[in-house]
Write a protein that binds this ligand. Structure first.
Ligand SMILES: *Cc1c(COP(=O)(O)O)cnc(C)c1O
Length: 397
């Protein structure tokens, strides 16, 4: 059995469906079904509140954080789980800004996910100190890192196009300009090799429900570089980030290191499912994973371009400049994706005209790619998308 066969067999993939949306929500790991039942019956059910100590619920955010740390090149003890990615963006950005009190510019790019930009806007309003969110085109980030910049807030892989930023280079440029670098790994963690420590990243954040397959609503993670861990000031100073939560002191004292990035009660059941998801990653070689991912995306692009001249590649053509997804532009992209889903290939649509396909290398095979490209070709060449039923927009696209 190859490593790929082993990991693919660990997921529950519905019969007849080719799932190219694991970049938005990873599939269910088979073992999570049993793990969740155990967590409910034997832990919550049988232990009641004693589960916090006896079942390790309280230390889970750190234990699982370290397992994610291995996938993103973090030093042990510097990643913690909790809350959602939007909240973690806010925390990391706030802490980084406080370390550059004399500067006022947050630099991001127009390819960033809107929530990151919205959280920055809200934080600027709360601080009330005249900060500016400067948003440039993705290709202009490097040149926009000036000595005015306090913090760069960059998402490594663009959620629409799959464009991959050079984390080592942009981090080095930020540092050379005296700025701090906050990286969002939403579409990188579990999609490609990441090495936050080697790149000298100051703060990194990400979610666990995309390529990490933790399930809908799975908690986010935050990494703080060891050199900042005991200095970062937590903007969300909740009791579980306190130095002694159960001393119930009246005033806040930040916990040691990464502990201070915790806020409140962790989502214990969601973390039980995430445990099973992380089991799948045990022994996975990230470089082999990347090679498989590139093989898949290259094959998909070649086949789709050969059969569908009406689709325009929106992703970088150079695989080294791409994450693990491929996007095409098409004016009727929403309808085309609906028609494709009706034919068993699940991709998704991102406004205004992006048809997006994720190639999660743990469970997508070259055969899946061939079959998905063939079904897409028939949707496009036979204009199967041209049906009013496919134009009705659902709330979640
Ligand atoms: C998916 C994603 C989010 C989503 O944030 P949540 O708080 O988990 O809903 C935020 N930022 C980026 C870059 C994303 O890709």
């Amino acid at each position: 059995m190859t490593d790929f066969d082993r990991t693919r067999a660990m997921f529950r993939l519905p019969e007849g469906v080719i799932y190219l949306d694991g970049n938005s929500l990873g599939p269910l790991p088979v073992a999570a079904e049993t793990r969740m039942r155990t967590a409910m019956r034997d832990e919550w059910g049988a232990m009641l509140i004693t589960g916090w100590n006896r079942a390790g619920w309280m230390t889970q955010p750190r234990t699982l954080g370290d397992r994610i740390g291995r996938l993103i090149g973090a030093e042990p003890g510097h990643v913690v789980l909790g809350d959602t990615l939007s909240v973690k963006v806010y925390q990391a950005l706030a802490a980084a800004l406080e370390m550059r009190p004399e500067r006022r510019v947050i630099l991001s790019d127009s390819g960033n996910f809107p929530s990151d930009l919205y959280m920055a806007e809200g934080l600027i309003r709360m601080l009330g100190r005249g900060h500016e969110l400067r948003v440039v085109a993705p290709g202009d980030v490097a040149d926009a890192i000036t000595e005015e910049v306090a913090v760069t807030l960059i998402t490594e892989v663009d959620y629409r196009t799959g464009r991959l930023h050079d984390m080592a280079d942009l981090t080095a440029r930020a540092h050379a300009a005296g700025a701090l670098a906050v990286w969002d790994l939403a579409h990188s963690a579990g999609a490609l090799p990441v090495d936050v420590a080697r790149c000298g990243v100051d703060f990194a954040v990400g979610c666990t429900y995309k390529y990490l397959n933790g399930g809908p609503g799975a908690p986010a993670f935050v990494y703080v570089a060891p050199r900042h861990a005991d200095r970062a000031a937590p903007a969300l100073s909740g009791w579980l980030g306190h130095a002694a939560p159960f001393a119930f002191e009246q005033g806040y004292r930040p916990g040691a290191g990464i502990e201070r990035m915790r806020v409140g009660t962790p989502p214990v059941l969601a973390m039980a499912a995430l445990e099973s998801s992380l089991d799948v990653w045990e022994g996975v070689d990230m470089n082999a994973l990347r090679a498989h991912s590139i093989e898949l995306s290259e094959a998909f692009i070649a086949r789709v371009e050969a059969a569908c001249p009406m689709l325009e590649l929106a992703s970088p053509r150079d695989p080294a400049a791409r994450g693990s997804q491929v996007s095409f532009r098409f004016a009727e992209g929403y309808a085309a994706i609906q028609a494709l889903i009706a034919r068993g290939v699940i991709g998704d649509f991102r406004a205004p005209d992006i048809m997006r396909f994720g190639f999660a290398p743990l469970y997508i095979s070259p055969e899946d790619v061939g079959e998905a490209a063939a079904r897409l070709a028939s949707v496009m060449t036979e204009r199967l998308w041209d049906d009013p039923a496919y134009r009705i927009r659902a709330a979640v696209t």
